[in-house]
Design a protein around this ligand. Structure first.
Ligand SMILES: [Zn+2]
Length: 562
C-alpha cells in the first residue's frame, strides 16, 4: 500500500474518533506503533501527515466515516456492544439488597447528585433487590415542596429511576421522639442550655458543662418542655452523652435535636424539635431496612463513627458502607445558593440555564438519560475523585446521539451566491447516513444558494469546492461556476465541502441558544418543520441541537454540543 493511503487511513480514523478533527501528533504515534518499518522515514511522514490532516479536517464527520468505510472498513471503531458491569458488593445476597436514594429536598440536583443516586439505584437492580427514595426533610428551613417536585421531575422522570418505595423522613418524627425519650431515660442523652460559644470552648478542651450531670428525670422534664414550645429557638438542645475526650471531635457530645419554629412544608406546625442529620440518618437506615450504603468518601469516617455509635445505642444493624471518590463537577457552578443568587440578579435565565449542570439544564440541552447510565458505569466505584466536565459529558452523549439524530442543513450568517450553470436538481438526502430506515429529505436547486459567511470568505480563485451531497463548483474570475457532479473528482483535488441551502421561499428561520447563552440566528432547510419538540438533530458542520420551541415564524433550538 502506498504511504499516502496508509496515512489517509490513520488520519481518517483519528478524525472520526475525535469529532472530525484529526491530530497529526496522535496519528504519527499510532502509525509508527503499528508500522515498525516506517521509523526511518519520520521526516517524510510528518510532512505528508500535515498535508493529509488538512484535507481530512475539511470533511464532515459523516464524510470521513464514509471514506474510511470505503478504504479501510476494519479501522472503523466497532460499536461497543459489551457493557461495563458494576463491581460486586461485599455481602450482597441476590434478592436481599436494599439501597437508598437520600436527597434533602433543599436544592435542584446536578449531575454529581444524579450519579450518586444512580449508583444506589443500579446496585439494587443488579441484585434484584429494592431501592428506597428517602426525602431527608428534617430541616424545616431548608426543605421545600418545590424541591420534592423537582426531584420527581429531574431525577425520577428524566433518568427513569423507579424506586420501590418513597419515604419522607419527617413522617417518622413520632418515632424519633420515642427514641430520644428512651435515650434520656437511659442517661445516654441530656438537655443542654449552654450557648454555642461556651460549648465550643468546653468541647475543644474536652470538659463537661454543668448540664451533663442532670438526672434523667430532670432531662425528661426539660425535653417535654422543648416539645411543648416552652423554649425559644437556640435556648437548648439535646446532646448525646458520649466521650468528651474522644480524638474524634464529632464524638464529643454531639447535638442530636434542636428547636426550629419555622413552618415545615409537609408537617406544617406539628413539630418544633428536629433531629440533626447524623441521628436522623443513622436511624432511618434501620427504619428503611437498608443493607448497603454507597456514598462519596467526602462524607468522612468521623461521621460514620458517630452514626455507628447511634445504631449501637439501639442495637440496630450496621450496613455495608461503600465509599467512592467524590464527583467533582468542573467549570460549572453547582452551589444552589450561588445559582439562586445568579437567577435573582438575572445573570442566568433559571435553573435550566445552559451554562449550568443542573439536571434541568442538561435535559433541556439534549443530554440523553443513557449518558448518565454510561457515565456511572465508567466511573463506577473509583476510589479517587472523578472530574466531570463538559468534554466527558459531551463525548459520551455524542456517541449516543450520533446514532439517533437526523441530519439537517442550517446556516448561520448566510451569504447568498450564484453558481453559473448549476443544474436544477431534486436531491434526496438521507436523514441519517447509516440508517436508511430513517428516511430522506429533499432539496431542489436552482442557480442561487446560501452558504455560510465563514465558508464564503475562504473560497479561493481557481480551486474546486463541493456542495455537500450535490455537486462541485469552482471560483473563476470572481464568479462561481458549476464544474461537475462526481464526488470522486472532488476527492482528488477538492478544497472544501460545505453545507448549503437553495434560495427558496420555504426556508425556515432558526435560532439556536448557545452554551454561553448567546443566540445564533440563521436559516434552515424546509424539512426542519418535521422536527418535533425535544428531538435532537445534528445540523451539519455545526453541532447537535435540541428543538426547544416552535414559534410563529421560527424554530428555537438549544445547542447540545458539537
Ligand atoms: Zn450545657
Amino acid at each position: 500500500m502506498e504511504l499516502k493511503e496508509i496515512i489517509l487511513k490513520y488520519a481518517l480514523q483519528n478524525a472520526v474518533k475525535f469529532n472530525g478533527k484529526a491530530n497529526p501528533g496522535a496519528i504519527i504515534g499510532k502509525l509508527l506503533k503499528d508500522n515498525d518499518d516506517l521509523k526511518t522515514r519520520i521526516k517524510e511522514l510528518s510532512k505528508e501527515i500535515q498535508k493529509t490532516v488538512k484535507d481530512v479536517n475539511k470533511l464532515s464527520v459523516d464524510e470521513q466515516k464514509e471514506k474510511l468505510k470505503e478504504i479501510a472498513p476494519e479501522m472503523l471503531e466497532k460499536k461497543k456492544i459489551e457493557k461495563k458491569e458494576l463491581p460486586e458488593l461485599k455481602n450482597a445476597v441476590m434478592g436481599k439488597v436494599v439501597t437508598r436514594i437520600p436527597p434533602e429536598p433543599s436544592k435542584y440536583n446536578h449531575i454529581g447528585h444524579a450519579l450518586s443516586f444512580l449508583l444506589n439505584y443500579l446496585y439494587a437492580k443488579k441484585y434484584k433487590g429494592k431501592s428506597v427514595l428517602r426525602f431527608e426533610d428534617t430541616n424545616p428551613t431548608a426543605s421545600k415542596q418545590e424541591y420534592v417536585d423537582a426531584m420527581k421531575k429531574d431525577v425520577l422522570e428524566y433518568l427513569n429511576i423507579n424506586p420501590d418505595k418513597t419515604v419522607f423522613v419527617s413522617d417518622d418524627m413520632p418515632k424519633f421522639y420515642k427514641l430520644a425519650e428512651d435515650l434520656i431515660k437511659r442517661s445516654e442523652a441530656y438537655v443542654c442550655f449552654c450557648d454555642r460559644e461556651k460549648m465550643q470552648d468546653l468541647r475543644h478542651k474536652g470538659l463537661p458543662c454543668e448540664c451533663r450531670n442532670n438526672s434523667a428525670e430532670k432531662n425528661l422534664e426539660e425535653w417535654k418542655k422543648m416539645l411543648s414550645r416552652k423554649y425559644n429557638e437556640g435556648k437548648c438542645v439535646l446532646r448525646l452523652k458520649i466521650d468528651l475526650e474522644s480524638d474524634n471531635h464529632v464524638m464529643r457530645d454531639p447535638v442530636i435535636f434542636r428547636i426550629i419554629y419555622a413552618e415545615h412544608y409537609r408537617q406544617k406546625e406539628k413539630y418544633c424539635v428536629w433531629p440533626m442529620y447524623d441521628f436522623e440518618n443513622a436511624v432511618e437506615e434501620e427504619f428503611c431496612g437498608i443493607t448497603h450504603i454507597l456514598r462519596s468518601s467526602e462524607f468522612g469516617n468521623m461521621r460514620i463513627e458517630l452514626q455507628d455509635y447511634i445504631k449501637g445505642l439501639f442495637g440496630f444493624k450496621k450496613q455495608e458502607v461503600i465509599q467512592y471518590g467524590r464527583f467533582n463537577v468542573v467549570g460549572a457552578i453547582t452551589q444552589g445558593r450561588e445559582i439562586r443568587q445568579l437567577i435573582e440578579d438575572k445573570k442566568v435565565i433559571g435553573w435550566d440555564d445552559p451554562r449550568l449542570v443542573t439536571l434541568r439544564a442538561l435535559k433541556r440541552r439534549g443530554i440523553v438519560p443513557e449518558m448518565f447510565y454510561d457515565l456511572v458505569l465508567k466511573v463506577g466505584l473509583s476510589k479517587t475523585p472523578t472530574n466531570i466536565d463538559w468534554t466527558v459529558i459531551s463525548s459520551i452523549n455524542r456517541k449516543i446521539l450520533d446514532q439517533n439524530s437526523d441530519r439537517y442543513f442550517f446556516i448561520h450568517d448566510p451569504k447568498e451566491i450564484t453558481i453559473k450553470n448549476a443544474p436544477n436538481l431534486d436531491i434526496e438526502i438521507k436523514l441519517h447516513p447509516e440508517h436508511e430506515e430513517r428516511g430522506t429529505r429533499n432539496l431542489k436547486t436552482n442557480e442561487n444558494f446560501y452558504i455560510s459567511e465563514k465558508d464564503f470568505k475562504e473560497l479561493k480563485e481557481g480551486e474546486l469546492y463541493r456542495l455537500m451531497h450535490a455537486f462541485n463548483f469552482k471560483k473563476q474570475k470572481n464568479q462561481f461556476v458549476f464544474d461537475s457532479k462526481e464526488l470522486e473528482k472532488y476527492k482528488q483535488n477538492g478544497k472544501k465541502i460545505m453545507h448549503w441551502l437553495p434560495k427558496d421561499e420555504k426556508l425556515v428561520r432558526v435560532e439556536v441558544l448557545m452554551p454561553n447563552a448567546k443566540i445564533v440566528k440563521g436559516i434552515a432547510e424546509p424539512s426542519v418543520k418535521n422536527i418535533k419538540i425535544n428531538d435532537v438533530v445534528q445540523f451539519e458542520r455545526f453541532g447537535f441541537c435540541k428543538l426547544d420551541s416552535i414559534e410563529k415564524d421560527k424554530l428555537v433550538f438549544w445547542f447540545t454540543h458539537e
